[in-house]
Design a protein around this ligand. Structure first.
Ligand code: C2E
Ligand code: MG
Ligand code: MG
Length: 628
């Protein structure tokens, strides 16, 4: 029975070794460690079988030779535990100092064990084929050492659980649990020789879940896939290995999809991958559906390597018997160290792709200039995030003067961030990044809620402030849940919706006005009003003016100033004002900086004035002083 089980185990491990070695693979450190663990498991299984054969063959008459085989088996068992332990510590990370120290101690320990076990006596118990085992000091030392490795291994897995990928963690834990349980069973019932087989099963699980070379290979093209790239990149950063990269993207996949059968496209990609692979010494990865990444060691000149690839790929590609129009974009990343780790490099690659998605340029470089801009944007993003977290997003108010009532009747809420040093950061410095990253949604909510609370807590409506104007970003307008989110805030703060006027701006980001208008209609039914902000700076102003359910048009500062610049402009502005008035809308002129402008604008029927002449945007406290 025992022999059969051992042979099954040997068959499994040999199969795994063949599978691991005959596929092309990236030699990650974890892969090497896995091969070592596989080999040591195989050796242990073979020695286990040999020792059984030797014991049975000797039938009571144990020579030094029989005992030597038994001891060799015992040593191989400890080595198996050691190599598993080594595999796990590679996985946890190379930079950790605890792991580093542990690795050295584990290596010293295995040397000591390898020397000590042969010196200790071993006893053999044998009655029949199914009742044989070894015991005595050498066996105890073996179990002890293997146990120590296993306990340390489990402890590492538990301690670094959060740092490890869950899939890896679970597979390695299963491996360990299998082995430790088998060892305990065998220790208690020493005629059951199951450790070898249990470790073969455990390593099979690790192979299937983690180390199957197939999982690193894309089926259609046979190239390494994104998983392989991520693992490789991770290793480069962990080991402090600097590389350069070339990204090749197809810029017209739609053209191919529309024209050819999927099968033909797959054939083409196979051919393309082959040509690419043979044109370079670099490691080729098919990173995404229409994107390859080729990595180079820094010893190779990126320009030369890229040139050779360019030359090889720049040829006629035949799909379905005709020449296909293949458009490629090449992006060079000369130095991987512009990012601090694999994750930030992947993020940078995404950001770069986004930035240049509409560029006609076909030869791009992720150079320092771009990286600096990107990093600055990251800093702004971090600043916004920390400001949101620490409640440093604040609202300033700029009064709006009614030319008919001759007093302040409203104010515009304008966001500011107080940075960690206490400086006031104007919206121009962070709104664009907030819009790119989606953080504007949170900022927008904060501003809206704070403005509503200010109105209610200070009873501004009793001081002549009839409503507050609050800016909406295009990103907010395009959210289907905007109306619900704002209605909830209105209900929570108890503000009368008539005291809310939302400013919307024309923007390329508003690709269709459908969601925008649906949001506006929902909010209008409860009484919220709308202004069209920045009139005079955007495009298709008239469309917006007529299509959107607004009450007020706000002239941008440049538009207001234009009125005072020349006779011609004044005449045109007069026409625009008449047109707006004909649509029964009111007008706010922004950016009024002196008394003369105020007088003139009041004379020509501008309803409201907002500008430095009255006040810059000010804090809540200053604003209260101002209107009191
Ligand atoms: P905006 O909505 O057109 O706001 C008017 C801007 O013009 C304010 O700049 C204001 O300080 C400035 N301004 C007003 N009167 C004068 C004047 O007489 N002279 C000059 N030189 N400038 C004047 P601010 O506060 O820097 O805001 C800039 C832009 O940032 C705003 O333009 C708006 O588009 C955006 N913004 C501000 N707060 C928010 C917000 O809470 N959400 C969103 N999405 N955008 C906001
Ligand atoms: Mg505004
Ligand atoms: Mg404006």
């Amino acid at each position: 029975m025992n022999i059969q089980v051992q042979i099954c185990g040997i068959a499994i491990v040999i199969f795994l070794l063949i599978m691991s070695l005959n596929r092309k693979t990236i030699w990650l450190r974890s892969k090497r460690a896995f091969i070592v663990a596989l080999s040591s498991t195989l050796i242990a299984l073979i020695l286990d079988t040999l020792s059984i054969v030797a014991i049975v063959g000797a039938s009571g008459n144990y020579t030094t030779f029989t005992k030597a085989i038994c001891k060799a088996y015992l040593i191989s068992l400890v080595w198996m535990a050691f190599t598993m332990n080594y595999y796990t510590s590679i996985d946890v990370g190379v930079k950790n100092t605890f792991i580093h120290a542990h690795k050295i101690i584990a290596q010293i320990f295995i040397i000591i064990i390898t020397i000590v076990i042969p010196l200790l006596p071993v006893n053999i118990h044998y009655t029949k084929r199914t009742d044989l085992y070894t015991y005595g000091p050498a066996v105890l030392a073996t179990y002890g050492a293997a146990f120590v490795y296993s306990i340390v291994n489990v402890s590492i897995l538990v301690a670094f659980r959060k740092k490890m990928n869950h899939r890896r963690w679970a597979s390695e834990m299963t491996w360990m649990i299998l082995l430790v349980s088998a060892a305990i069973i065998q220790f208690l019932h020493n005629y059951l020789l199951i450790i070898g087989f249990a470790s073969a099963l455990g390593i099979l699980i690790v192979f299937i879940r983690l180390e199957n070379p197939e999982s690193f290979i894309e089926r259609e093209t046979g190239c390494f896939n994104d998983l392989a790239f991520n693992a490789y990149l991770d290793q480069c950063y962990n080991r402090g290995e600097r590389i350069s990269m070339l990204i090749i993207q197809f810029s017209n996949p739609h053209y191919l999809y529309e024209r050819y059968y999927t099968e033909s496209i797959n054939d083409f990609l196979k051919e393309f991958s082959k040509v690419l692979d043979s044109s370079t010494k670099g490691q080729v990865f098919k990173y995404r559906e229409w994107e390859y990444v080729i990595t180079f060691s820094r010893k190779i000149s990126l320009d030369e390597a890229a040139g050779a690839i360019h030359q090889a790929l720049d040829r006629e590609w035949i799909i379905e018997d005709s020449v296909a129009n293949i458009e490629l974009v090449y992006t060079k990343i000369p130095d991987s160290f512009i990012a601090r780790d694999a994750e930030s490099m992947l993020e940078m690659m995404r950001a770069f792709r986004r930035d240049y998605s509409n560029s006609p340029e076909t030869n791009l470089v992720m150079n320092e200039k771009w990286t600096d801009g990107y990093l600055r944007e990251q800093e702004v993003e971090d600043m916004i995030l920390s400001a949101i977290r620490d409640d440093r997003v604040i609202v300033y108010y700029q009064p709006i003067f009614s030319t008919t009532k001759n007093q302040f009747v409203s104010a515009e809420a304008l966001v500011r961030i107080v940075d960690e040093e206490g400086n006031l950061i104007p919206p121009g410095a962070f709104i664009p990044v907030a819009e790119d990253t989606g953080l504007i949604l949170q900022i927008g909510k904060i501003v809206f809620e704070k403005a509503c609370r200010f109105m209610m807590e200070e009873k501004l409506y009793e001081k002549g402030i009839e409503y507050l104007e609050i800016n909406l970003s295009a990103v907010q307008c395009m959210r289907a849940d905007l109306a619900d989110v704002f209605t909830k805030i209105i209900n929570n703060t108890g503000i009368d919706p008539k005291m809310v006027n939302l400013e919307i701006t024309e923007s390329r980001a508003i690709s269709s006005t459908e969601i925008l208008i649906s949001n506006m209609e929902k909010l209008r039914t409860i009484g919220v009003q709308f202004s069209l902000d920045d009139f005079g700076t955007g495009f298709s102003n008239l469309d917006y003016l007529l299509e959107l359910p607004i009450n007020i048009v706000k002239f941008d500062r440049k538009m207001t100033q234009a009125y005072f610049e020349s006779e011609k402009r004044r005449a045109v502005m007069g026409g625009v004002i008449n047109m707006i008035k004909a649509a029964e809308l009111e007008i706010v002129a922004e950016g009024v900086e002196d008394g003369h402008q105020l007088e003139e604008l009041s004379r020509i029927d501008i309803d409201f004035i907002q500008g430095y002449y009255f006040s810059k945007p000010v804090s809540k406290e200053k604003f209260l002083e101002l209107i009191n």
